[in-house]
Structures are given as structure tokens and as C-alpha cells.
Design a binder for this molecule. Sequence first.
Ligand SMILES: Cc1cc2nc3c(=O)[nH]c(=O)nc-3n(C[C@H](O)[C@H](O)[C@H](O)COP(=O)(O)OP(=O)(O)OC[C@H]3O[C@@H](n4cnc5c(N)ncnc54)[C@H](O)[C@@H]3O)c2cc1C
Length: 545
Amino acid sequence: MQWNGWGDPEHDPAQMISESTRALLEQTLGASLSEQPPVPLDQVRPPASRLTQTARAALRTVLGSAGLRDDDRTRIDHCGGKSTDDLLRRRAGDVTPCPDAVLFPASHEELLDVLRICNEQRIAVVPFGGGTSVVGGVEPVAGPMATVVTVDLSRMKQLLHLDEDSHTATLHAGLRTPEVEELLGARGYTLGHLPQSYEYATIGGYAATRSTGQASGGYGRFDDMVVSLRMATPRGTLAPGRSPASAAGPDLRQLVLGSEGTLGIITEVTVRVRPLPHARTDAAWVVPDFSTGVRAMREIARAAPRPTVARLSDETETFVQATLAGRDPAPGSLLVLGFEGTDSEVTRQRAAVDEALRRLDTSSAASGGTHGPAVAADSSAVGDWRRSRFDGPYLRDALLSVGVLTETLETATTWSQLEPLYHAVRDALHASLDGPEGTAIVMCHISHSYPSGASLYLTVATPCGRDPRARWARAKRAASDAIAANGGTITHHHAVGTDHRPWMSTEIGALGAASLAAMKSTLDPAGILNPHKLIPDGPANVTDA
Ligand SMILES: Cc1cc2nc3c(=O)[nH]c(=O)nc-3n(C[C@H](O)[C@H](O)[C@H](O)COP(=O)(O)OP(=O)(O)OC[C@H]3O[C@@H](n4cnc5c(N)ncnc54)[C@H](O)[C@@H]3O)c2cc1C
């Protein structure tokens, strides 16, 4: 992984922006763009490590010398996640905060020992899976401690058990998706979890953030797949989940899922797996506008069986994607559907979508076909989506190099609130970004939907301007306030980290915040785990109702 960008260091993103694309960007964004070359790695120095000799010796006793590293490069590689703000900071040569050391435990038992030592010596501990957090989740914040270590799970990479009768697999937390799919695929199974970050993100990270993948219609969210977990805490092991369903009190798996490394470090996850699909096919339709598309997505979300992938782009995203692919940008909103399973499952998924589209209101001008107002799209639209669906983060690096800031944000709400929320967030972004430094392109898609509502995923492109970090901070604050004011959740799948923490009290209320804090003080009494993430400050003063 690149230290100041995304993905394979051999991949040269500069090639992705042609002269004509750049000219089009300048015209659309209303600003002349200037190159923004990053500071080279050999000019970047992390601050000196503050790890004491006593702590280093104790940790090396458990981990050996290979399990504790504090060289500059290892520390720089763990100094944060992959939000655009993270990249802007690193491109400017700023690698603070930096962990004082990086630890690589190889087993649950080693990790329990590491946590015991860190607890005794009051060292903050930041769990690190793939480091793909876009919300500040892996930022090495020491909080009230003097020292902070990052715990990298990359040595924990085994398929521990595959139960073919139950269709479950027990996976080490440090496995990345390509590794999981290779291990399971060799036995005829798949996990089916494909977020855009799938090349680097890990099983433990998915569980800790309640991640959602592109095939969520067919496979569900990651938290839906989890049967049980094992988590190391400073107080010992918590291992909730022993059967597919239970009425034994509140579901403690839900306490671990989404805990973002603040309650413990997940070492093993048992997940539901599926046999590899025999058949896979895609289809695309164009609907006259986003509003009609939202109704189509609602009907599809209620269809049975559901398609594996269902994705609706708004008019702006449809236009931009067609332009980038060199296709004629026809008006309307693009609806892409993917179907997977046995031959008969695929046939039934397609029939259910046909039926859902026929149920749409046919009063629209484009109606009258066999799919209500939806018109079959050119098959190249689906091919372009399949081919380019993981290119976004590489393109972000290329755009940053030519002076364009791109970033994404996401939320979710009920169907009845979805369009008002969409307009409110778009308006907030435009109001905070359009001005003397240029304007913004704001595009949106829906790719995770439920019978009662859906997520909105917005992508913003705007000139970097004089101070890109301040520019984005202003826009993000405005968008987050609009989300909170319009009934959306502050995050559907990116998690909370540091960036969404100021909106958590609104999301869960003072009593909710106090409950989370109480849980933390039980599992992590000294507060060493991932300080200043997820749990809002000052939840102690809850007035009795
Ligand atoms: C380009 C890009 C695209 C993305 N696309 C998606 C997407 O489609 N869907 C999606 O859901 N997310 C997406 N994300 C966000 C991110 O990939 C997810 O949050 C992912 O689940 C993080 O996994 P990770 O292993 O990289 O975790 P990290 O980034 O390493 O950590 C994330 C959080 O979990 C904690 N953590 C990590 N491992 C453990 C563990 N074993 N035990 C306890 N806590 C742990 C960390 O301390 C941190 O708070 C994207 C990010 C990027 C950069």
C-alpha cells in the first residue's frame, strides 16, 4: 500500500487524467487547476518514539524482536487511515500523530499479554487491520496516555475452521478479502463481501466497523454474516455467539460489532459462507430521473428473491461516469443490477426485478414499456461499471495531483425521508464549496437498500483551493449537520472514528453515550483502547427521566 495514497505503489495514477479531462474539469469546476506534487518520502521524518525501554523490553518478551517495530517506515505506514484529509496531510509531509511503535502479535494469547502490559504501563493501543479507515479510526491518538502503540493484525491470517454442514467459516481477523476468497474458493465457498476497499481491508476491520459490500443485496451487510467473535480485552476474552439464534439476553455480538477497537481487539470471526455461485449476470436500465429510480430501488428492495447487486446513480453520477468511460451521456439515472447463484436462482432474481419494475408508476413520459418507465441501457454501461468499480481510490490520487479534491460521505434513512435528505446534503455541500475558489460536482448513488429505507453515498469533486483541508472540513461539517437535521444516520457503513464523533450524541442520545462509556469502563477500565474514537466525550451527566 502507498504511504501517501491508495493501493499498489507500482500503479501510476498520473496516467488517469488526460489533457482533455483536465480541461473539462477546469471548465466544470470554474477554476484553473495547478499541480500539487507530494513531499517525497525521504524528506519525511516522524517524531522520535516515546516508548520506554521498560515497555519495549516487556513487549519484546511476548512478541520477540520481529513482533515490535519502531523504524521510521513502519511507523509512517501506520500513522493514519485513507480519508482524503489523511492523504492531504501525508502528501504535505505531515505524519503526525505517529505511533511510538507497531506491534505484530501472532495469536490471541500473545495479544492478551500485550494488552496486559499496555494496561499496566498505561500505553494507548490502536488496533489496525488494513488501515483503510476513512473516519480517523486508526489515528494513533495517545489521549491521556504518554505513549501510543498500533497493533497490526497482519500476522493473524488463517482460515481456522470451515464447517461445511453449517456453512460457516472461522477466520483470523488479519485476513484480507483476496486471501479469504482464495482460501474459501479452494473449498468451493465464498464470503461475498466486497467493499471498494476489499484489496486491503480485513475481516477484523469489517467486524469492528460494520462494513457493507457492493453485493449487500444478496449477501447482506458484514454484521449480518457474523455468527460469533473472539475479542481480547484488557480484562480477558469476550467470545459472544454460540448458535445461529438465541434468546439468552441482549445479543453481545452486537456490542463487539461496530466497537471500532474501543472495547477490545477482535482476533477471530465466525461468518456465514455460501457455495460459490454457478451463474452471474448483470443488467442495466435507465430511468427518467433519480426520483423514479428511488421508487424502483424501493420496489426492488422489497422483491423476493433480491438481486445480489442493486445500484442507482443520480443524474450527475450517471453523466460523469458515461463521460469518463467515453460513452454518450444520455439523460436520466442509471440502474445497475447484478444476479448471482445457481441458474434457477438467477432466473428467479431476474423475474422478481422485472415484476418490481412493472409495479412502478407508469404515468412517466418514458413509460409504456415492459418495465414501466425503465428502459434497458446499453450493455456497455454495465461492463464499464464492473471494470471500473474499484478504480475510485486510484482516481482520487490522480485528481489530487492535478489540484482536485475528491471525497465521499454516506448516510441512510427511511424511504419517506430519502429524497429530502438527498437534497439537503447536496445543498449543504454546494453552499459550503461553491464560491471564489470554484464550484463542486456532487454526485450520489444508492447501493445498499432495505425494505424500509436505503443509504445515500455522495462523491464530491472540487478544486483544492488555497487550503484544501480547511475547505473540506467546512464542507464535511455542513453535510454532517444537514444529515443530523434531516433524520439521517451519521454513518451507514464508514463508521464513527474521530471524524463522526461530534455527531454521536445526537445519534444515540446522552443515555446511549453513557451506556457505551459504561461498557468501555468495564472492558477497558484504564481507557487504553483507541482513545478519542467512537464514544462521545462527557456522557456522565445524564439526567434521570
Ligand atoms: C477507497 C476506500 C473505499 C472504501 N469502501 C468501503 C465500502 O465499500 N464499504 C465499507 O463498509 N467501507 C468502505 N471503506 C471504509 C473501510 O475500508 C472500512 O471501514 C473497513 O471495514 C476497514 O477495514 P480495515 O481492516 O482497513 O480496518 P482499519 O481501517 O484498520 O480499522 C478500522 C477501525 O476498526 C478498528 N479495528 C481494525 N481491526 C480491528 C480488530 N481486529 N479488532 C478491533 N478493532 C479493529 C480500528 O482501530 C479502526 O477503528 C472504504 C475505504 C476506502 C479508503
